[in-house]
Design a protein around this ligand. Structure first.
Ligand code: KE4
Length: 429
């Protein structure tokens, strides 16, 4: 296997990182364990291009895992942070940006009547789970295999993303008594969901899912699936939680719930609303959200929650997306990219999925409807593809079990160039 060999400065940084950071990284998926070799270190990023510490450039199809919907270092975000930071970076006191962000989220995602900011998607999901349990007085959570909801104890059970990449979908350190309160079922499998409700109905506090799972590659809900999940939740007085940390404000202004026309009880958010700075949020019906401290009995807090820099950056990003109707631009770019890739994979045992600006190329025959299907992928072939692409200046997610992302900064010309490179690489598969 000929790995992309990072140049000297990246390599020396990597050797130092390994001495002081577990696995050399602050988040496991960055370690290239899913594709082999060692990661490069970024010096800067602008638009759809990242430049490593040795000066090599590539087109970025990861976009820091979702936040960079306008590409890297968009001027509107730079200006917003520059304008905000001289007034202070954190107060621990209510600030106007918290009100503006809350009003914006509630306007763009109508199912959210009240929202609370957090500092990561994990924190948002952890809080939403606790709120669901506190509101219903029930303890069981139902999740879907391959969905990843951050490193929440209750949900690191058959999880996706880095956990799946590393073959640790069920992490060590999770009390068995807690894991026993989580039911995991295959995505797109309504029979399994009915069985879970038949067995545990009155104990189920919530069903949580990525409406478009993008942490085992990317696959889509089958016809009527999301509707049936919502119906079963209603029938059993369980809450429906849409984890839109990835899809929120990306698939549409109102996220996947706008695309599919399904109203969840709670929604978790993150990434784009921080403009690249640490952020998360969870929101939903006021009746449920008002159970949170200081109003209600469910405690939840955060020193930096509602941080003015993250909110200024996130608001700038959301406003710019609305100004340029970024979602239409992303759909146009996605359509162009998909046409090229589908042409490249014609007749090959490969499966390409796309929705909006999110995509995945599976190295297996389709259909890919759930985790078991996704795991049929030839990860060695994916690794070869990843490294050949990187050598030719294309950075895709370093794992078969991740999604790819386009941004409004990916020009048609950049996508055309990338598609030609992908076509040449795939010609050898
Ligand atoms: P964070 O705690 O990483 O901000 O968000 C966790 C999370 C929650 N829900 C969904 C649907 C998510 O996709 C994520 C995080 N996404 C991964 C990418 N697959 C983050 C990348 C990483 O872990 O380094």
């Amino acid at each position: 296997m000929s790995f992309y060999q990072p140049a000297p400065h990246s390599h020396s940084l990597w050797e130092r990182a390994l001495l002081r950071i577990p696995g050399g990284v602050n988040s496991p998926v960055r370690a290239f364990r899913g594709v082999g070799g060692e990661p490069f270190f970024v010096n800067k990023a602008s638009g759809c291009t990242i430049t490593d510490v040795d000066g090599s450039e590539c087109i970025d199809f990861v976009g820091t895992w979702g936040p960079a919907i306008l590409g890297h270092a968009p001027q509107v975000v730079i200006d917003a942070v520059r304008e905000t930071v001289p007034r202070g970076s954190s107060f621990g006191i209510p600030n106007p940006l918290e009100v503006e962000m809350a009003e914006t989220i509630c306007r763009m995602v109508p199912s959210i009547e009240k929202v609370r900011m957090t500092n990561s998607g994990t924190e948002a999901v952890m809080s939403a789970i606790r709120l669901a349990r506190g509101y219903t007085g029930r303890e069981r959570i139902v999740k879907f295999e391959g969905c990843y909801h951050g490193h929440v104890d209750s949900l690191l059970v058959k999880a996706g993303s880095g956990a799946l990449t590393l073959g640790q979908p069920d992490s060590a350190g999770i009390p068995t008594s807690l894991a026993a309160l989580t039911s995991t079922i295959p995505f797109n499998n309504l029979e399994a969901l009915h069985s879970a409700f038949k067995e545990h109905g009155p104990q189920i506090a919530a069903v949580i899912l990525e409406p478009v799972p993008a942490n085992a590659g990317l696959y889509l809900p089958g016809p009527g699936f999301l509707e049936e999940v919502k119906t079963l939740c209603r029938e059993h007085d369980a809450l429906l939680i849409f984890d839109e940390v990835m899809t929120g404000f990306r698939l549409a202004p109102g996220g996947a719930q706008e695309v599919y026309g399904i109203t969840p009880d709670l929604t978790t958010l993150g990434k784009i609303i921080g403009g690249g700075l640490p952020v998360g949020a969870f929101g939903g019906k006021a009746e449920i959200m008002d159970q949170l401290a200081p109003l209600g009995p469910v405690y939840q807090a955060g020193t930096l929650s509602g941080n003015p820099l993250a909110l200024a950056a996130g608001l700038a990003q959301l406003r710019e997306m609305e100004r340029i109707n970024g979602w239409q631009l992303l759909e146009n770019l996605g359509t162009q990219f998909e046409e090229s890739i589908r042409h490249a994979i014609k007749g090959k045992p490969l499966t390409f999925h796309r929705i909006g600006s999110m995509f995945c190329l599976y190295f297996c025959e389709g259909p890919v409807r759930n985790l078991d299907d996704a795991k049929r992928s030839d990860s060695a072939a994916f690794a070869r593809y990843f490294h050949r692409a990187l050598k030719q200046g294309l950075y895709f997610a370093p794992s078969q079990y991740e999604a790819g992302f386009l941004s409004t900064a990916h020009t048609p010309e950049a996508l055309e160039r990338a598609s030609m490179i992908v076509s040449k690489i795939l010609a050898e598969f």
